[in-house]
Design a protein around this ligand. Structure first.
Ligand code: ATP
Ligand code: MG
Length: 374
């Protein structure tokens, strides 16, 4: 059981700044997901933790001790790569034994450890095969098995499931969750799949362009995204954004005129009225699952839009709408089944309590809720 702290980590390759002032804490046994778009620095950060890459500045603290100058081998962490990195000329058993033989582990102990890991990962009958004789999911299990037998202080995963098809991903996801519950070893798990992060992690760190945008539990990020980037990144389908202007303020919050609707739509939101002056341009955010199909037009907090497409999935579905006077589209998630078709108009209620209001700049913080509201 180990703890990890990163303090003010900077990383530059030449003049290129790849990571900037990264702080991160992983408690004992915690499952931490690092998410963010391609190129934001996830793999670089994981390689810095593992010891494969030096930092430009900042401290890496493992179990309370600074390990910046400790070699990768001596840090006692195990990394699982997207590419599996198995030795093609070795059997599954040899692939798993290789690292242990190098450190002089007695043969009987190697056999016992591989036996335990193979049972846990259902690799028992595959131990004499070579990687080319395995499916993608089986190879990924071998790569995980090789990490397990080393009994690491922490597991470091770099997009371990991204080479697998959708069904296998879901299955391996469940297996890694079960493995974490059983071993109780901390995991730092890199993914750009926010669904993976939401379903697996105790804590999610959202990175963008080498900086931490927000850290929190999956539901903290979903319920209270600190800025528009996090709001758009967490949640699937992604949050709808609608341009708006502040037209009135009072003790109950802000009145917003929403752009793109015909007739003109307004909505009252419980946002601290001190946060935005009259006439300020803002971005209203509302998740597809929070929009409601309403009965009649003209009721408060409703908008009328034309349906571009309806996706019926049986148990639930999606309505894609186009806004008449803007290029933006709006996605609505509904429960059950609906009769509406493409080309028809639909009235949607935007529940004020489910609204997020952001500054128009993507990285700027969300406007604070009215005190006592939300
Ligand atoms: N050795 C290197 N020299 C120069 N630039 C590098 C080097 N390694 C990575 N980079 C740059 O650092 C940035 C972050 O790369 P990194 O591999 O950490 O991203 P990532 O978040 O893992 O992306 P992906 O999701 O595509 O795997 C990228 O812009 C990349 O081009
Ligand atoms: Mg990467």
């Amino acid at each position: 059981m180990s703890t990890l702290q990163l303090k003010h980590i900077d990383k530059r390759f030449g003049d290129t700044v790849v990571l900037r002032d990264i702080d991160l804490e992983a408690a004992e046994g915690e499952f931490v997901a690092l998410v963010g778009p391609s190129g934001c620095g996830k793999s670089t950060l994981l390689r810095i933790i593992s010891g494969l890459e030096p930092t430009t500045a900042g401290e890496i603290i493992l179990d309370g001790k600074r390990v910046n100058d400790v070699s990768a081998a001596e840090r006692g962490l195990a990394m699982v790569f997207q590419s599996y990195a198995l030795y093609p000329h070795m059997t599954v058993y040899q692939n798993m034994a290789f690292g242990l033989e190098n450190t002089g582990t007695p043969k009987a102990e190697i056999e016992r450890k591989i036996g335990d890991a193979a049972r846990m990962l259902q690799l028992d009958v595959l131990l004499q095969r070579r990687p080319t004789q395995l499916s993608g999911g089986q190879r990924q299990r071998v790569a995980i098995g090789r990490a397990i037998v080393r009994n690491p202080k922490l597991f470091l995963f770099d997009e371990p499931l991204s080479n697998l098809d959708a069904e296998l991903r879901v299955q391996m996801r469940a297996e890694i969750i079960a493995l974490h519950q059983r071993l109780k070893t901390g995991m730092i798990y890199v993914t750009h799949d926010q669904v993976e992060a939401m379903t697996m992690a105790d804590k999610i760190v959202v990175l963008r362009a080498g900086q931490v945008e927000q850290t929190g539990t999956p539901l903290e990020l979903y319920n209270s995204p600190q800025n528009r980037f996090v709001a758009g990144f967490i949640g699937s389908p992604r949050m709808n954004f609608i341009e708006a202007v502040v037209t009135a303020r009072d003790g109950r919050g802000l009145t917003l005129a929403l752009a793109g609707f015909e007739p003109q739509a307004t909505i009252n939101v419980a946002v601290d009225p001190a946060a935005a002056a009259h006439g300020t341009a803002v971005m209203l955010g509302v998740r597809p699952e929070h929009l409601e199909v309403a009965e009649g037009a003209g009721a408060p907090d409703t908008v009328t839009v034309q349906i571009a497409q309806v996706e019926q999935l049986g148990g639930h579905g999606f309505i894609h709408c186009t806004l008449p006077t803007s290029k933006r589209s709006l996605v609505v998630q509904f429960q059950g089944q609906i009769a509406s078709r493409a080309g028809a108009t639909v009235t949607l209620r935007i529940p004020p309590a489910a609204c997020h209001v952001f500054s128009t700049a993507a990285g700027e913080p969300a406007l604070p809720p009215l005190h006592g509201a939300g």
